[in-house]
Design a protein around this ligand. Structure first.
Ligand code: NAD
Ligand code: GLY
Length: 377
């Protein structure tokens, strides 16, 4: 703890770093930027977050003795492209940043993934700090060093592993987050609650309604629990060759749904993951891994969080999604999915029968399969 901020360590030897979670942290950034002899910070943000928080962040960085520069992208997933990454790198060159400088990502997962990617290749690797402003970024994307840009063919096809030197999750930022974005982040919270064996996971699943009226202090606990779970899996498997796959629960179909929609806003990332988790539960039941009832319990968990339990908008064909799923980074030629034996017991399965998957998709998309949107915040 530093002045009420919770510290979660991601233990990766020389690449270890702290995730700070608490209220009012952006205004005290000088306490959380690790010493590194930094000269200058280039802050990358988006057109929604910049007007809200850039001034505070620039002030905090100056208080830490850094010169500051601000770069702003249009908000939204459509900015997470290789072209945008090249533009950012051009700007870093124009600003004469060097390897004793910092790139600072101020925003959600889009800014974080893009800034992480640009900083990882700029001068063969420049330090990056993640200032996470969405629930999605605070519980997941800012931690673990995965960076990416999307390609038209599929999501996150180009990326690197580049650990940040610090992550700061200021819970106060969640107050300005639109309700739909908050729900999107809750999908990842629900994911952790389904893959963890920690007591908080069961408590969250059994009292989902409480998150709607949670105080900032309670939200901070939720974020810290998820961050600790992610830190544990990343520390055990930094390069995602084993146990870290569990974090991709719901993501095989989820990423395919996002790609099939052309990132046109039909799905927020968490919404697609929510549908993907119900699909994974149906597959877990169909292969005989889980007892019948798992998918129903998923719906009972996700729908009250304001999340969809079946595809929304135009429903893509299974064949279309299967083509995207084969591009999933876990794939070694056939489909690989994270399934559940039951809550808290994830397993990675390959060699899944396409006919069985298609039948599960038909059940997912059948009329009355449960999609409903409710406002949570
Ligand atoms: P996002 O970055 O697009 O943010 C969602 C929206 O909220 C944007 O419009 C943004 O401008 C706005 N916003 C952000 N913070 C705000 C605030 N405090 N107040 C008001 N508005 C705010 O989306 P996201 O959900 O944060 O992240 C999704 C991305 O993260 C996807 O591209 C996904 O693939 C990626 N992701 C990466 C990892 C990883 O490990 N690297 C993990 C999960 C998700
Ligand atoms: N979001 C999945 C991972 O970081 O591995």
């Amino acid at each position: 703890m530093v002045n009420d901020a919770r510290e979660i360590r991601v233990g990766l030897g020389p690449r270890s770093y702290s995730v700070w979670v608490g209220e009012g942290l952006l205004a005290r950034l000088d306490e959380f930027i690790p010493a590194g002899g930094w000269r200058k910070a280039a802050v990358l943000t988006d057109s929604n977050v910049g007007p809200l928080y850039a001034e505070t962040v620039l002030g905090g960085l100056r208080a830490a003795g850094l010169e500051t520069e601000l770069l702003e992208l249009p908000a939204g997933e459509a900015s997470k492209t290789a072209e945008r990454a090249v533009e950012v790198i051009d700007s870093l060159i124009a600003l004469e940043l060097n390897r004793s400088d910092l790139v600072v990502a101020l925003g959600g997962g889009v800014v974080g993934d893009l800034a992480g990617f640009a900083s990882s290749v700029f001068k063969r690797g420049t330090a990056v700090v993640q200032l996470a402003t969405t629930l999605m970024a605070q519980v997941d994307s800012s931690i673990g060093g995965k960076t990416a840009v999307n390609m038209p063919a599929a999501k996150n096809q180009v990326g690197t592993f580049h650990q940040p030197v610090a992550v700061v999750s200021d819970i106060d930022c969640l107050a300005t987050l639109p309700a739909r974005e908050f729900s999107s982040g809750l999908a990842e919270v629900a994911k952790y609650s389904l893959i963890t064996q920690e007591a908080w996971g069961r408590a969250f699943r059994e009292n989902t309604g409480a998150v709607a009226t949670a105080t900032p202090a309670r939200l901070g606990e939720v974020v810290a629990d998820c961050a600790a779970e992610k830190a544990r899996l990343v520390s055990a498997d930094e390069l995602d060759t084993g146990v870290r796959h569990h974090l991709n629960y719901g993501h095989t179909l989820g990423h395919a749904l996002e790609a099939a929609s052309g990132y046109d806003g039909t799905y927020r990332h968490g919404e697609a993951v929510s549908v993907g988790m119900v699909f994974a539960a149906l597959v877990s039941e169909a292969v005989g891994l889980a007892a019948i009832g798992l998918a129903g319990r998923h719906r009972d968990l996700l729908i009250p969080l304001g999340l969809p339990a079946s595809p929304t908008g135009a429903v893509p064909s299974f064949d279309e999604l299967a083509a995207f799923m084969r591009l999933d980074k876990k794939s070694r030629g056939d489909l690989v999915m994270v399934l559940l034996e039951k809550e808290g017991r994830p397993v990675v399965r390959s060699g899944l029968d396409p006919t069985l998957l298609e039948a599960c998709y038909a059940r997912l998309t059948a009329p009355g399969s449960g999609a409903r949107r409710t406002e949570v915040k």
